[in-house]
Each structure stands twice: as C-alpha cells, then as structure tokens.
Design a protein around this ligand. Structure first.
Ligand code: C5P
Length: 222
C-alpha cells in the first residue's frame, strides 16, 4: 500500500448480516466527516450482474472479470452503474442471496480488493462489511465487530422491510439470516470473524445512537 494511503485513517466495522453495521457506519462517517464504503453493495452488484447475465455463481474467472471491469459510483445514497440506477435492484432478496454465494468465491474477492482500497481518501474512511478489519484494511485505526442476537437482528430486518412496504415473515427471515451467517463464517476465503484487535460490541440491547456514541468514543480515544 502507498505510504500516503496508509496515513489516511480507516474505521472498519464488521459483523453478521443485519447487525446494524450499515446505519452505524453512515452515522459515524457523517460525524467524522469521512467517506463511507458499503462493501456489501459491491458483492450485491456482482450478484445482480451475474444473475442478469446468467453466469454461474461459482465461476471464479468470470466473476473476477466482471468485478475488474465494473465502475460503480455512489452518490447521495444512490448506486449507479454505467448510468443505470441500481439502488433498489441490489437490495432485492434474490440479489442478496446471489451476493452471499459469489462472496465465497476467492478470485472475486481478490478482484474487489483494489476497488475497495481506492475508497481510502482523505480525510478518512468508514468501511463496513465482513472482512474490513481482517483483510481489506488490516491497518485500520479502529476495528469494531458489531454483533447482535439472531432474533433481534431478524426483528429489526422485519421492521425495516415492513416500513418499506414489503411483505416478510419472521420465520423466513430467521432462516435466511442463519444461512447467510453460516455461509459467511465457514467459507475458506476471508471468513466472517472478528479481527484479533477488534473491539466487539453487542448491540442487542443498544439503540443506534448508543452504538454510534460508543464507536466515536473509541475512535477519539476517550
Ligand atoms: O452487507 P450485505 O448484506 O449488503 O452484503 C451482502 C453479502 O455480501 C453478504 O451476505 C456477505 O456474504 C457478502 N459480503 C462479504 N464481505 C464483505 C461484505 C459483504 O462477503 N466485506
């Protein structure tokens, strides 16, 4: 890594699906005036394109070539790819499932490394995902591993979906979250695990405000 990039601070926030990482990362980035990287969105984009192009979800070379050639942009909460707004498309359930499958493919993960590291720009970056602290930004200034009880996460996801007008039920969500966690935790390449030097935070009984306050306190060292 270039010496200049190494001096740009990174806050890495990792954890299982629906642990609240995305919301917390955005709020922490806003408070610090930093850029924000939602690394899951990159896996979702690859999942979407793979489905649209009929690619096998375990075809390493094809997925890596897809990722190496894509130039998504993130503007005002929207995700754009070649002039197309794919913000809502990448949040679809089937795309999430495809993302979770392609995320286990080693060559794809390697192909996405450069794209993720390019987001490290002054004055700093808050990055959320599964391997931000372990693989992508091992020198992050602060690493947080955010976890929450499975039932709490499923309830939160259910509430979000219902608020957005989607139909969903708790039993299906529990199964989906459990499957995704298991796939992320047991894959060979960059499995979901807390970095040795991560601060582990269980948000089951905490509000978003409390989690954000805790992360900012750690970052500021008080
Ligand atoms: O975070 P989100 O649920 O949007 O991520 C979609 C999928 O991408 C996850 O289920 C996970 O398998 C994968 N992912 C990953 N590594 C990351 C971010 C996401 O493997 N850094």
């Amino acid at each position: 890594m270039a010496a200049a990039a190494a001096s740009i601070p990174v806050v890495a926030i990792d954890g299982p699906t629906a642990s609240g990482k995305g919301t917390v990362a955005q709020r922490v980035a806003r408070a610090l005036g930093f850029y924000c990287l939602d690394s899951g969105a990159l896996y979702r984009i690859v999942g979407l394109l793979a489905l649209e192009r009929g690619l096998d979800l375990d075809n390493g070379p094809a997925l890596a070539a897809l990722a190496a050639g894509m130039q998504p942009s993130f503007e005002d909460g929207r995700v754009l790819l070649e002039g197309r707004d794919i913000t809502d498309a990448i949040r679809r359930e089937e795309v999430g499932r495809a993302a979770s499958r392609v995320a286990a493919v080693g060559p794809l993960r390697v192909a996405l490394l450069a794209l993720q590291r390019q987001q490290r720009r002054p004055p700093g970056l808050v990055a959320d995902g599964r391997d931000m602290g372990t693989v992508v930004f091992p020198d992050a200034r602060l690493k947080v591993y955010l976890q929450a009880d499975l039932h709490v996460r499923a309830e939160r996801r259910l509430k979000q979906l219902i608020e957005k007008g989607y139909s969903a039920n708790l039993t299906d969500l529990l199964r989906t979250l459990r499957d995704r966690d298991q796939r992320d935790e047991t894959r060979d390449c960059a499995p979901l695990v807390a970095a040795e030097d991560a601060k582990v935070l269980d948000s089951s009984a905490l509000t978003v405000d409390e989690v954000v306050a805790r992360v900012l306190k750690w970052y500021r060292g008080d």
